[in-house]
Design a protein around this ligand. Sequence first.
Ligand code: 5RP
Length: 220
Amino acid sequence: MSEAKRQAAEKAIEYVKDGSVIGVGTGSTVAYFIDALGRIGDRIKGAISSSEQSTRLLRERGIEVVDLNAAGPLALYVDGADECDPQRRLIKGGGAALTREKIIAEASTQFVCIIDASKQVDVLGRFPLPVEVIPMARSLVAREIIAMTAGQPVWRQVDDGKGLVTDNGNYILDVHGLAITDPVALERTLNQIPGVVSVGLFARRPADVVIVGGQPPQVI
Ligand code: 5RP
């Protein structure tokens, strides 16, 4: 599927306006977008990065990384997704960057999501829903999610058997077994649990455009 990811990423370059600061997501599809952005680096002012990983890739390609507080509203945000439904609502956070991704999406007038066809679903929830939590609230949030939903939260681990720590110093719970028929309501409900930093549902603020890699890419 990497060729499809590259095709979607290349197509997204058409949305970049000269002289602008671009919001940039995280992940393997976005890595292709950063490659393409590097080729037109002299046409843009810089980028707002959603993760340490993307910051490194952007700098390697000579693109200046700008603080969101200094940039103001953004015209464009480009990011991948783990799942996408027909209303362009998304599950994100497979790369643990959901909180910064959500902040940049909110700051942007246009959110262009780049995916391959394997990410398209009718109902969100086959991909476990990432929820970023303050470490001391991990068990509390897990119990509340079990009480409120049909889902099973699993603490995301790294290879050494420790909890994965996000760029913000928090943990991730991946909620398995959800069939998310009302993503806006679930996003709102989970956001209200004390200790939840952010929920990987992008439903209240979905993507504006979804590009599915292919020959030619499909724009939804
Ligand atoms: C990172 C994300 C990514 O956009 C999502 O995981 C998709 O990644 P990839 O492009 O590698 O398939 O939400 O937090």
